[in-house]
Design a binder for this molecule. Structure first.
Ligand SMILES: Nc1ncnc2c1ncn2[C@@H]1O[C@H](COP(=O)(O)OP(=O)(O)OP(=O)(O)O)[C@@H](O)[C@H]1O
Ligand SMILES: [Mg+2]
Length: 1029
């Protein structure tokens, strides 16, 4: 990272070139004008008061600075606070933050920023938060009672404050201790032009409600109080009323009870009222001037408020009791003395009240004994005021803490000597136990004889006449110097940064800080518990003649304690600089800053920082802290500490940045240290990640395994249960089906036993028996087997009707078959002929029924006895089928002539009866058809086919007595011979062929119906023949 990149000027004055006053100031100015109020000198922070709210504070910035190391971000007070806090938490080193600077330079603000940062980054939790709240809320209370408007600072701290915040091993705050130094109590009774008394007085008058004001016997108007500066009662931008509320609530948060708050306010009011007690001259008979209270009302009210006899109070104010071992002398005080006594009382009450408040806060925030703790101290000492002439009050030597540069040469490291101002000379001058200015002051106070400020100055002049850093009119005169700025009652101390002139006026008084015992005793007698407790020395039992320690002595001892305390801690410095005298933003007063940089010794600071080693530590803890940065030393290192450190730094290429002492490692630049810290932080993160990784892996794995096991268990149970349920269902179904089947089977078996089935069974039975009876009856009553007998018993019930008919048919067929089976072949032949006759003539010819019972003889002429005819029949054609005598009707005249007709298998032969000569032989295949009448006659015509030779003669009209037999046999013969059916026409009108003509024959039935075989023919024209039969 390039340090100078994007920065305004240099962020660290160590990098300043050339290293002189002017560039240093220029750099500060440049940065200030760009609102960069913070600058480093190494790890020392310079803060220039911006006199405006800059957007560089708050939670985001806190978060940012928490995450980065010192040099990674712009210089910031948070960075310093972070370093201090982390060092405290991680390295277990107590810290102190020393904030110095001019009044109004921003020390108190800086301390608040540090506190708020630490509060934000340290642990959390209900307990911790309440501790934090108490620590933070101590500020408004202490500021109300200890801060005041001065011409330099509207909120100037008029007391020194050192606050120890105590943490547990985790870095969470446990509580704290506040130490206060030298409240500027003179302010209670007198303020400079343009200044105010302590804030609380104004806050009380502005913020208290009417009820409280009455209770405290106060008026709201500030002009009514002698102790309050009449000219300045308000401060711009400061809301006294609101602040009063804030103070009240802060006190509640810290743990003050309602009553305690009330008491505190009462004492505060008391101080105000005391200022209004006017004293007047009183004439005394012995001529000694005395004093008394002018208006009794005020003192009366005070008396009432604190439960004190007003006369006693008056006595205490206006007289003084001198007590020696033997006697007690009461002297009256003159007005001046009485006023002094009154003011001293007011100042004492107020400063003791302030101490009490600090102690009360400490009680609330104190940490239980035995808890192991780390401490961070924040020192906000009140500022120097660059005054022409100083009073005793701010003589301190807490200025810039001496910059230590004692690089032990015993470590064997070459070092550069830097000339720097050794503050020890000044410290000695002021603080030396026997010969210091403070010691002289104490001595002067205790010395018998006439003591005054001028005798004190004379003593100093005498003692320090040769001292390089001491000047006064007397020493100047001795050296023949002329200096009109040096007053007669002044002396001057030449601090390394500049000369400071002190006026010895009332040094003795202030150092004595005397409160007449009468007053403390009077206060102790008050009913008011708080007031009373502020004056324990007023208790006559505890009264001692020993002088209380002087202010100087007290201060010296408290500073000594503080110094010891600070030296035991790791210091962090904040140097506050005030850019101008007007509390104006943006103004950079070169001269003013120049003075401040001088007495803050910034230039020397830079020089020392540049030359020396910023950091040193013994090898062992160093190695312990950083060995994780090298693979050789981590996780185990078996070598010596120094070798280990060398290894680590070698691996990081830092060997050139450091020097190796005999027992310690020296690091030149804080940057190296921060680099190491950063590397360590990263490495720790890596290691933490590793641990986390392994742990998370393990956790996830075990969790997974557990889940898997559970899953398997659950699924096995689930499957088991599912299968069980399925099985149960199947089983239930099977059982159900079984039950149904068994039931069905059982019912089937038992159905016969069912009453409902009985009817059917009975009906069946009855039906069967009826059928049986019917059939048996039938069997026994069968009709005769005569086929002509068609009788059949009727069915006894209608439902047998069809069966009965069928049986009848069966029986009849059977009867016929049996009949047929019994027939001989001949009979069969006869029957066949009869059948043929029936088919031809039944219901057609009237003579047919008579022919039925008469058997066919075939031979009606006695063929056996007639050899002539036998000859005729021709041998080859077999037996003659029919031989009969027929009448032939002459077609010409109608006369009949007898002819013998022979029917053979192939021919019809007509023979002249007389001559037994065959007249006509007709082949059967020439016979085209036969016509008969429907009457009982024997007339028939034989139609011949026209192409035949016989046919040419024409058709024959014949009469036969056995017409039925003849035509039947002819039909069969034609069928046998030609496989054709002979057409037999039953008709009364037919036509005959006759010599190429056709003759129509009309048959008429005669009276006998042709029965007798006679017929007469009547010719009607040539073509018509009427036959009557
Ligand atoms: N960082 C800051 N940001 C904004 N304003 C600031 C800052 N520091 C100081 N101030 C302003 O300067 C004023 C004086 O600061 P502060 O009271 O801290 O001075 P001081 O050094 O404590 O003076 P004193 O010695 O008189 O107590 C504050 O009231 C505030 O207005
Ligand atoms: Mg302050």
């Amino acid at each position: 990272m390039n340090l100078l990149e994007g920065s305004v000027g240099v962020e660290d004055l160590v990098l300043l070139e050339p290293l002189e006053q002017e560039p240093l100031l220029k750099n500060l100015q440049l940065r200030y004008e760009s609102k960069e109020i913070y600058t480093y000198i190494g790890n020392v922070l310079i803060s220039v008061n911006p006199y405006q709210q800059l957007p560089i504070y708050g939670p985001e910035f806190i978060a940012k600075y928490q995450d980065y190391t010192f040099y990674e971000l712009k210089p910031h007070i948070y960075a310093l606070a972070n370093v201090a806090y982390q060092s405290l938490r991680d390295r277990d080193r107590d810290q102190c933050i020393l904030i110095t600077g001019e009044s109004g330079a921003g020390k108190t603000e800086a301390s608040k920023l540090v506190m708020s940062y630490v509060a934000a980054v340290c642990g959390k939790g209900e307990q911790v938060n309440s501790v934090k709240e108490q620590l933070l809320q101590s500020n408004p209370v202490l500021e109300a009672f200890g801060n005041a408007k001065t011409i330099r600072n509207n909120n100037s701290s008029r007391f020194g404050k050192y606050m120890d915040v105590e943490f547990d091993f985790k870095g969470s705050p446990l509580g704290g201790v506040i130490t206060n130094y030298l409240l500027e109590k003179s302010r209670v009774v007198k303020q400079l032009k343009g200044e105010r008394n302590f804030h609380i007085f104004y806050q009380l008058l502005a913020g208290a409600d009417a009820h409280l004001l009455t209770a405290l016997k106060l008026e709201r108007d500030t002009s009514g109080y002698a102790y309050l500066n009449q000219k300045v009662s308000r401060v711009d931008g400061m809301d006294d009323a609101a602040n009063f509320k804030a103070v009240q609530s802060a006190m509640t948060v810290i743990g003050f009870s309602e009553e305690e708050i009330q008491r505190v306010l009462e004492v505060t009011a008391l101080v105000l009222k005391l200022g209004n007690v006017e004293l007047a001259d009183e004439f005394q008979a012995n001529g000694v001037s005395a004093s008394s209270i002018r208006d009794g009302k005020g003192i009366q009210e005070i008396g009432e408020m604190v439960g004190l006899n007003s006369e006693e109070l008056e006595k205490a104010l206006c007289s003084r009791t001198m007590k020696t071992a033997k006697e007690k002398v009461v002297t009256a005080l003159n007005v001046i003395q009485a006023q002094y006594a009154r003011d001293a009382l007011a100042k004492n009450i107020y400063s003791r009240l302030f101490n009490w408040i600090v102690n009360r806060i400490n009680e609330s925030i104190k940490v239980g004994v035995g808890e192991k703790k780390k401490v961070m101290g924040v020192l906000d000492i009140y500022g120097f005021e660059i005054l022409e002439v100083r009073e005793l009050h701010p003589i301190t030597c807490l200025g810039p803490a001496p910059v230590t540069c004692h690089v032990s040469s015993c470590q064997g490291i070459p070092w550069t000597k830097v000339d720097y101002f050794d503050n020890g000379i000044i410290c000695n001058l002021i603080e030396h136990n026997q010969r210091g200015i403070l010691a002289m002051l104490d001595e002067e106070c205790l010395r018998p004889g006439v003591v005054s400020d001028s005798t004190f100055l004379a003593k100093l002049n005498q003692l320090f006449s040769k001292h390089d850093h001491y000047e006064s009119k007397v020493t100047q005169n001795a050296q023949r110097q002329y200096d009109h700025t040096m007053g007669l009652s002044c002396f001057r101390i030449c601090h390394y940064a500049g000369k400071v002139t002190y006026n010895v006026n009332s040094f003795i008084d202030k150092n004595n800080d005397l409160l007449f015992r009468d007053l403390s005793q009077a206060m102790w007698k008050a009913q008011h518990p708080l007031l009373r407790s502020l004056f324990p020395e007023g208790d006559p039992k505890q009264a001692s003649l020993k002088r209380p320690p002087t202010a100087g002595a007290q201060f010296k001892s408290s500073v000594a304690i503080l110094m010891k305390n600070l030296y035991s801690k790791n210091p962090n410095y904040i140097r506050c600089i005030k850019p101008n005298e007007h509390q104006q933003r943006g103004q950079f007063s070169w001269d003013l800053v120049a003075i401040q940089t001088q007495y803050l010794g910034l230039l020397e600071n830079v020089r020392v920082r540049r030359a020396g080693y910023a950091y040193r530590q013994r090898y062992e803890p160093f190695l312990e802290r950083y060995r994780l940065l090298s693979r050789s030393t981590w996780p185990r290192w078996n070598g010596g500490d120094r070798e280990g450190v060398e290894k680590v730094l070698g691996d990081l290429n830092l060997s050139s940045e450091v020097a190796f002492g005999k027992t310690k490692i020296f690091i030149r630049s804080p940057r190296t240290l921060f680099f190491l810290e950063e590397q360590r932080r990263l490495r720790l993160q890596q290691l933490a990640t590793l641990i986390q990784k392994v742990y998370r892996g393990w956790r996830c794995r075990t969790h997974y395994q557990l889940m898997r096991k559970s899953q398997i268990l659950i699924s096995s149970w689930f499957r088991g249960t599912m299968q069980k349920q399925r099985y149960e269902k199947m089983k239930a179904s099977a059982v159900l089906i079984q039950a149904f089947v068994r039931g069905w089977k059982a019912r089937k078996n038992y159905r016969k036993y069912f009453r409902s089935g009985a009817a059917l069974t009975l009906a069946n039975f009855i039906y069967m028996s009826m059928t049986q009876k019917f059939l048996l009856g039938l069997k026994n009553n069968l009709p005769s087997t005569n086929i002509l007998d068609r009788t059949w018993p009727a069915a006894p019930y209608r439902y047998f009707h069809t069966a009965n008919q069928e049986l009848q048919k069966l029986f009849y067929h059977w009867k016929c078959k049996r009949f047929r089976d019994r027939l001989s072949l001949k009979q069969v032949e006869i029957l066949k002929e009869k059948l043929c006759a029936s088919e031809l003539f039944k219901d057609k010819k009237a003579s047919y029924p008579q022919s039925v019972p008469i058997p066919f003889h075939g031979d009606y002429i006695g063929l056996q006895g007639n050899p002539k005819l036998q000859k005729l029949k021709g041998g080859a054609e077999g037996p003659i089928l029919m031989a009969e005598t027929v009448k032939k009707v002459n077609r010409g005249n109608g006369k009949t002539s007898s002819r013998t007709l022979l029917l053979t298998k192939g021919h019809v032969i007509l023979i002249d009866t007389k001559s037994s000569q065959a007249r006509t032989v007709i082949a059967l295949d020439n016979v085209a058809g036969v016509s008969v009448t429907s009457f009982k006659d024997g007339l028939f015509s034989l139609h011949l086919s026209e192409i035949s030779s016989v046919g040419s003669k024409g058709d024959f009209l014949l009469v036969s007595e056995h017409l039925i037999e003849l035509l039947t046999k002819m039909y069969q013969a034609v069928l046998d011979a030609t496989q054709k059916q002979l057409p037999v026409t039953v008709t009364e009108k037919f036509s005959l062929k006759f010599k190429e003509n056709r003759v129509d024959v009309k048959v008429i039935q005669g009276p006998e119906g042709g029965k007798n075989g006679k017929l007469s023919c009547k010719k009607k024209g040539s073509r018509c023949l009427e036959v009557t039969v």
